[in-house]
Design a protein around this ligand. Sequence first.
Ligand code: ATP
Ligand code: MG
Ligand code: MG
Ligand code: MG
Length: 473
Amino acid sequence: TPTSTAQIRSDFLEFFKGKGHTIVPSAPLVPGNDPTLLFTNSGMVQFKDVFLGAEKRSYVRATDVQRCLRAGGKHNDLDVVGYTARHHTFFEMLGNWSFGDYFKKDAIAWAWELLTQVWKLPAERLLVTVYQTDDEAYALWRDMVGIPEDRIVRIGDNKGAPFASDNFWQMADTGPCGPCTEIFYDHGPAHFGGPPGSPDEDGDRFIEIWNLVFMQFDKQSDGTLVPLPAPCVDTGMGLERLAAILQGVHSNYEIDLFQALIRKAGELTGTQDLENKSLRVIADHIRACSFLIVDGVLPSNEGRGYVLRRIIRRALRHGWMLGVRQPFFSAMVGTLDDVMGDAYPELREKRELVERALKAEEERFAETLDAGMRIFDDVASRSSGAIPGEDAFRLYDTYGFPLDLTQDIARERGLEVDMPGFDAAMQRQRETARAAGKFTSSAGLSADLVAQLLPTVFVGDDQTEADGLQILA
Ligand code: ATP
Ligand code: MG
Ligand code: MG
Ligand code: MG
């Protein structure tokens, strides 16, 4: 029987526990220690101050399974979800950490041991990248591990390209960073794409599974790299990508956990074809939305709450495309609890509250989604190339269509949104009326529900508190 996602989580933690690591719980999606960061986008976020030497822990080796969200800020994969086999908004990152203890040699040796001895991945399916000037990592892979030179690729820092390999890792524009070495898995020539560093590396044949970062610097806002008090190791491996390999499938959406969500979405929307892209997007988005609510974010028109609202509305629009005209999204939460509640007791505990919060947002958007879609269709049928900014603004202001939702719908029809026109319409509206439309006042949640959800909000985080207050107002 193929290795379950649950088994992979525990194999990983046990392996590193056996190497002297302390098992640390996942931090919430809302970073408690960093107002500059919208969401926890990688395992290192909760350890940022430890790298910087500003915080001491009782251990120098740690391992964890961190819930992550890449739907805003420096790492944003929202627009590729549903289009690639390997990207989610919410995903789980397996990590091991050295705080000034071991460095490149052990990090590389253990990663290889876990992949090829514990999980028995065939070595000839794996290839690695190293930072262009990192001769030390290169030599370790070649001489210690024994990887042939033609499967070790030197890569630079690739600014700008959204997917292209980038072997200098940064959590954000400032903060801890350093060169990295990444491990890729070759899913075979039946899939499109070239190896990392090649022009068609963005395909889904060679999939990056594990990033080993050698944290050495604290990047300043002027770009200067200040050495950290002690070099550290930070690794991150995508649980879903590894599960795909160990379960013998190509896409993350085919793994056990996602199949359960997709079957449920198929049932709720009356969709037979379980490879339908909309089902994948819905399965992805229910995880992101539920865990955001678990971690104290509620739908609103600002900051984190607006990211949540945008993701919910994207999911609801996909349900609408499948012909659904009544609430369905909140009915996914039970299945999510079935597949993830053991690993995340906080989800199980708040399950009903999450359902209620999602349902309230569903009911609210249902009032305008259908009419908005008809307007979109009408405008699209009259537009060639671009949706006029005026119309995109009307959808935003009157029908509660976030701009990125309209852009996403437009993209499916080979259209764009006229952005200067949208900005101009927004500007005009700001000038004529201070009071924004009906979507800016409240999230439509009962005060009682808000009260039950809010205590988990991090005190001291202005943005999230502001969202909460806005809902109560
Ligand atoms: P990619 O190049 O495929 O977008 P990345 O280089 O942006 O991945 P890292 O920042 O190095 O990813 O994160 C470490 C690991 O987390 C990756 O090797 C991958 O296994 C996993 N990962 C990253 N982004 C996602 C995502 N959006 N969905 C699922 N897993 C992800
Ligand atoms: Mg990426
Ligand atoms: Mg990458
Ligand atoms: Mg990477």
